[in-house]
Design a protein around this ligand. Structure first.
Ligand code: ADE
Length: 239
């Protein structure tokens, strides 16, 4: 998989993709991640990437042209219908479709080239959205000062799901959300720490009982912290 990030703050990304699973995936050749400065695609002498909004109002709007030029450079076309199979252009914005584990999985399974556009200021000229973008994604119902942290979140969520990214010792199968529930609690040595004991069931080696306990704990945690995950589409209880 190839991921290209378009931003006016390339330095923001620093070493963020150089740790843990993402670093390992890069070194193993599972993913290539490149960060590009949108300003390099600005054509006027001041290298402007934003301008005042038509119709008036506060803030600045990111210009369409530098983003179109960047996409043409990275994908070879700005005609969305002509993008090669597996190409996705993601606009990070609070107006987007919410990021879910299922969305990350869909990208991990289907995409081979993802270009992420990090919006700033009051937004991005809507012609970018209308013409270039295949997926507008939000990482939650709050407003960040830019799409950069969201691009990092989306990249991490996708890359760790790529086949072989996690390595053999771990698996995404037991992650929170993979079965619609939050993950169960975990413990490691010592079995007693400052008087706090690890639940007995985890120490007795009975795998069927351990599985049952984990499922019960996952359900309890989900009921407490995310009861919405237990509601069906029409609000009925599914579990
Ligand atoms: N840019 C600003 N806020 C955002 C959000 N919640 N998700 C994605 N991109 C954003």
């Amino acid at each position: 998989m190839k991921i290209d990030v378009l931003t006016i703050f390339p330095e923001f990304f620093g070493q963020v993709f150089d740790f843990g699973i993402i670093r390992r995936a890069k070194l193993a050749g599972i993913v290539e991640i490149n960060v590009h400065d949108i300003r390099e695609y600005a054509t006027d002498k001041h290298k402007m990437t934003d301008d005042r909004p038509f119709g008036g109002g506060d803030g600045m709007v990111m210009k369409a042209e530098p983003i179109f030029l960047a996409i043409e450079h990275l994908i070879g076309t700005s005609d969305r219908a002509a993008y090669p199979t597996g190409t996705r252009v993601v606009l990070l914005s609070p107006q987007g479709r919410p990021l879910k584990q299922t969305v990350a999985k869909e990208f991990a399974d289907d995409a081979t080239h993802i270009v992420m556009i990090c919006g700033r200021y009051e937004g991005v000229d809507e012609r970018v959205n209308e013409t270039l973008v295949t997926d507008e994604i939000s990482i939650g119902d709050y407003v960040l000062s830019g799409g950069e942290p969201a691009a990092i979140v989306v990249t991490d969520a996708i890359v760790r799901l790529l086949p072989e990214a996690l390595g053999s010792e771990t698996s995404a199968e037991n992650d929170s959300f993979s079965d619609g529930l939050l993950d169960c609690p975990h413990y490691t040595r010592p079995a007693e720490f400052r008087g706090m004991k690890v639940p007995d069931v985890l120490l007795n080696g009975n795998h069927a009982e351990i599985e049952k306990w984990r499922r019960e704990m996952a359900l309890l945690k989900t009921k407490k912290n995310r009861p919405d995950l237990l509601e069906g589409e029409n609000g009925e209880r599914e579990r």
